[in-house]
Write a protein that binds this ligand. Structure first.
Ligand SMILES: [Zn+2]
Length: 253
């Protein structure tokens, strides 16, 4: 963790400090070495919050927001507590998800935080980026949507049907770079009936929007659309056409 209580003030780890965990109130040890950024650790390996995970990807994302917004304890019903990765001043929680997570776990976090956005590491599994791009090429609508979900993309199958926005982060890809000129996140809109509705959102624009307390744009589903069939004969120009159209008509908040 980046933050612990020192004399009841949230502080970053430094040699010689003794911290208290904001969540469980147990003593924390400052870890200050050359490999990882300074952080606090519980004695032993286990973190007190079963929802907790922290990778370099998490740290980079959290650091795109003020430190006051990072690692705040969120108290739900029955005094259940969890440390939110980033909690915006409007109480919306940004949950950065790298590890595999079950539908039950997803639902329990959504019920706990109520107002939240998932930001999902699209690079954890080897094939997700490729199969996601392949799926995009099959969709010709603007916004990119389809029903009758049969995608080969495991990432979409995992995250479809959430009642809140999900943003997939594939980092900086050549395809996005050439289509949009800068990194984008792919927004999977909350859609009933397991429909898929995707729009690209500039990463930078998303961060600015969150800083300003804005809400993500809601796209409208445009049925009917058949489920994409992934076959070599399928034309793959639709996504390029879509990108060109986007660039012409600009896509910004
Ligand atoms: Zn703790």
């Amino acid at each position: 963790m980046r933050l612990a209580l020192v004399n009841d003030i949230r502080c970053e780890a430094a040699p010689g400090l003794a911290g208290i965990c904001q969540q469980c109130r147990s003593p924390l040890i400052p870890k200050c070495g050359n490999i990882r950024a300074n952080h606090w650790a519980h004695r032993g390996q286990r973190h007190c919050d079963p929802w907790w995970e922290e990778t370099e990807w998490h740290i980079a994302w959290k650091n795109r927001f003020p430190i006051e917004w990072q690692e705040n304890v969120h108290v739900g019903q029955n005094d259940e507590k969890h440390i939110a990765d980033v909690k915006l001043p409007n109480d919306c929680v940004l949950e950065f998800q790298h590890s595999p997570i079950s539908d039950i776990e997803r639902a329990s976090r959504e019920a706990f935080y109520k107002s939240m956005i998932w930001i999902v590491d699209g690079l954890r599994r080897k094939r997700d980026q490729q199969s996601f791009a392949k799926t995009l090429r099959m969709i010709s609508q603007k916004p990119l949507g389809f029903t009758g979900f049969e995608s080969e993309c495991a990432l979409l199958r995992d995250w479809i049907g959430r009642p809140v926005d999900v943003l997939f982060d594939f980092g900086t890809t050549d395809a996005d770079q050439s289509a949009f000129g800068k990194p984008v996140l792919w927004q999977l809109h909350p859609e009933p009936k397991r429909r898929v509705l995707l729009t690209p959102v500039y990463t930078e624009a998303f961060i600015n929007l969150m800083h300003k307390g804005g809400a993500l744009q809601r796209a409208f589903f445009n049925p009917p659309q058949q489920a994409p069939r992934l076959s070599p004969a399928q034309p793959s120009q639709s996504f390029q056409q879509y990108s060109r159209r986007l660039q012409r008509n600009r896509f910004r908040f």
